[in-house]
Design a protein around this ligand. Structure first.
Ligand code: NDP
Length: 445
């Protein structure tokens, strides 16, 4: 690592010692930026990296709401507006009990580079709360979302900050949030993405992250003389990203044999029946263990990490951060994995990533591989501004172009600045250069 980047990382560790996920993400990014920093000594004089790793603004707030028993509950809300050098802040809201400032900051830092890679004019932000929508009634979720927006509305806007969904935030939550924003401000504007199709949403948004992951994974395989067709695939998670990744990879000729939720995983060697998964997860909001009732030839195992011991050629982690540690990576390598495409944000630990790269596994990092969601969110913003709607095929075609474009940018940056095939470095460098240019041009702000 360059001296400058190392000093910035040391300072960041000292100031944020209690934020392990944020440190993990910053370590990976700063480590791989060495060739760029060496080439641009002017960055140090401009304090570019110090500014880059410090959010422009952090908003933390109380979210009081009343549960169905009439009891007041209090959660903590966050919005980290990280970097607006290339456009308004853009990034999802996560509702999960594990949410804390470290997780929101790591997601925001990653989001800056991801958004830059899409080639669209969007800055980086992220937010959420430690509220757990699981087990709550629709009315409780509604009251929480209204309370959350009652504070958030004053910090966001269609040209300021445009949140979207993430873990625990789907169509239902975006609806409640949007309704409250509109009620408070009286303004019908594209302030959130992931909206319903009858009120400003974009076709293909629901599918975008999963589909985009498959388009990029296919581009990576094909650039290396391989193809999705005929491959056995393991996908973790069974939420928005996982479901549509499973759908598209199946259309491409891959066979998905396992999926999971936070309790355990199912193994269906005949190929996972996606209609059963969709019914369970999207309609009934049930646990994945119920799958074996509908498909008795499949098996269910309690616990998440065992899914990576199932032999496969393609692994698509689509659940959460750090779900693949070094041991799981080694199990995948032993099982013959040829390509990993990160659907979730930072699902591989630094050690796992190193193990994949050492073993020559094609590795598409999250900020490139899962950029499809935010890319279509930006297309939703464009449609809102123009007051028109593109059809499914139009948006899907744009998504595919963007994902293939991202792969080529990443591939070229890896060849020019790092090691050919090192898509981790390639993604960080390609994403960073655009943001760095804009920050240099705009002065020390
Ligand atoms: P969902 O809430 O729709 O689904 C998340 C899935 O992951 C569920 O199956 C959930 O199981 C499982 N999961 C959550 N936490 C854990 C955990 N600690 N251990 C094991 N499994 C867990 O979220 P998304 O599909 O939207 O998001 C998944 C990942 O993709 C996240 O990392 C997110 O940041 C990332 N992402 C999402 C985008 C999007 O457009 N939605 C865009 C880019 C990235 P359970 O139901 O049991 O909780």
């Amino acid at each position: 690592m360059s001296d400058y980047a190392q000093r910035v990382l040391d300072g960041l560790k000292a100031r944020n010692a209690h934020e392990p996920e944020f440190i993990q993400a910053a370590t990976e990014i700063l480590t791989t930026l060495k060739p760029v920093i060496d080439k641009h000594p002017e960055y140090e004089k401009a304090g570019l990296l110090e500014r880059y790793v410090e959010p422009e603004r952090i908003i933390m707030f109380r979210v009081p709401w009343i549960d169905d028993n009439g009891q007041v509950q209090v959660n903590r809300g966050y919005r980290v507006q990280f970097n607006s050098a290339i456009g308004p802040y853009k990034g999802g809201l996560r509702l999960h009990p594990s949410v804390n400032l470290s997780i929101i900051k790591f997601l925001g830092l990653e989001q800056i580079l991801k958004n830059s890679l899409t080639g669209l004019p969007i800055g980086g932000g992220k937010g959420g709360s430690d509220f757990d929508p699981k087990g709550k009634s629709d009315n409780e979720v509604q009251r929480f979302c209204q309370s959350f927006m009652t504070e958030l509305y004053r910090h966001i806007g269609k040209d300021i900050d445009v949140p979207a969904g993430d873990i625990g935030v789907g169509a239902r939550e975006i609806g409640f949030l949007y309704g409250q924003y509109k009620r408070i401000t009286g303004s019908y504007e594209g302030v959130l993405t992931g909206k319903g199709l009858t009120w400003g949403g974009s076709l293909t948004r629901k599918e975008a992250t999963g589909f985009g992951l498959c388009y990029l994974t296919q581009a990576m395989l094909q650039a290396n003389g391989k193809d999705v067709a005929g491959k056995t695939v393991v996908i973790s998670g069974s939420g928005n990203v996982a479901i549509y990744a499973a759908q598209k990879i199946t259309e491409m000729g891959g066979k998905v044999v396992a999926m999971s939720d936070s309790n355990g995983y199912i193994h269906d060697p005949d190929g996972v029946k996606l209609d059963v998964i969709k019914q369970l997860k999207e309609v009934e909001r049930k646990r994945i263990r119920e799958y074996v009732k509908a498909v008795p030839t499949a098996s269910y195992t309690e616990g998440c990490s065992g899914i990576w011991t199932i032999p496969c050629q393609i692994a698509l982690p689509c659940a959460t951060q750090n779900e693949i540690n070094e041991e799981s990576a080694k199990a995948l390598i032993a099982g013959g994995v040829e390509a990993v495409g990160e659907g979730a944000n930072m699902p591989s630990t630094l050690e796992a990533t190193a193990a994949f790269q050492k073993a020559g596994v094609l590795f598409a990092p999250a900020k490139a591989a899962n950029a499809g969601g935010v890319a279509v969110s930006a297309l939703e913003m464009s449609q809102n501004s123009m007051r028109l709607s593109w059809n499914f095929e139009e948006v899907d075609a744009k998504l595919k172009d963007i994902m293939i474009g991202i792969f080529h940018k990443v591939d070229e940056a890896a060849k020019e600045y790092a090691t050919p095939g090192d898509y981790v470095a390639g993604a960080n460098i390609a994403g960073f250069l655009k943001v760095a240019d804009a920050m240099m041009a705009q002065g020390a702000v």
